[in-house]
Design a protein around this ligand. Sequence first.
Ligand SMILES: C[S@@+](CC[C@H](N)C(=O)[O-])C[C@H]1O[C@@H](n2cnc3c(N)ncnc32)[C@H](O)[C@@H]1O
Length: 235
Amino acid sequence: MSLLDDLLNPNDPFARKNLELKGNFEFSEPSKYICTEDPHPQSVNAFDVNSSVSVRFFPPYNRECPNQLKGLISFAYHCSINTPDCSKNLTKWLEIGSLVGESASIFLGFPFIQKLYCVDFDPQANFFKRMDLEIKSKRCEVVIKKSQEAYLDFADGSLDVVYIDGDHSNESATRDLTQWLPKVRSGGFVGIHDYTSDWGDVKPAVDKFLSTFSKSINRYSYKTFIDGTFCFQKS
Ligand SMILES: C[S@@+](CC[C@H](N)C(=O)[O-])C[C@H]1O[C@@H](n2cnc3c(N)ncnc32)[C@H](O)[C@@H]1O
């Protein structure tokens, strides 16, 4: 069984034990990770959403350095091992920014996620192709709205995890964090992509947000993953 197979079955006690035994589920900072090569190939336009080019799966991505995949898998796995009885208590997820459905596909590889809301004002054709079966089964629900409008549709404390990967400006990242944190239940998680990248202003927005809303956040829960996703747990 591959590491990926193990990770996709976090409810399976054998798989979990296996991971612990292997000791290969480290959460190292990007700078400490042995693979320093940038996984973004310079030769392709990663945002050519109408071609077969992928944002995270990066064909032809460097298979020795699948950091974009590993980061999100690690994030979802991290939420699961820090949630007692995750098949009952980690079921409702929401992502802001779905584009071509790659992060959504990764999340839906985790069986405990029973519902994934995908908020994007402009999801692409590839998103609907990838998510076809999940949309038909209603496991994935597409919310075609701006995040600053969609948050009004959700009750406070109604979500277990919110993952933010929308507009990466300081103002928008701050707004998304501020408007969506109340929607997460106590003990749930918020993840935000590109905290460590030099794309956009996510890092300063997150840092300021954490100090402003410190009472609502468990400061011992801060974690950064290999793809630059930052995660914290709501108090
Ligand atoms: C970086 S891409 C998301 C990539 C996606 N998570 C993936 O892995 O395939 C950013 C997406 O956020 C969406 N977006 C930007 N600002 C938004 C907003 N205010 N509300 C909703 N979606 C937004 C864009 O339409 C775009 O599809």
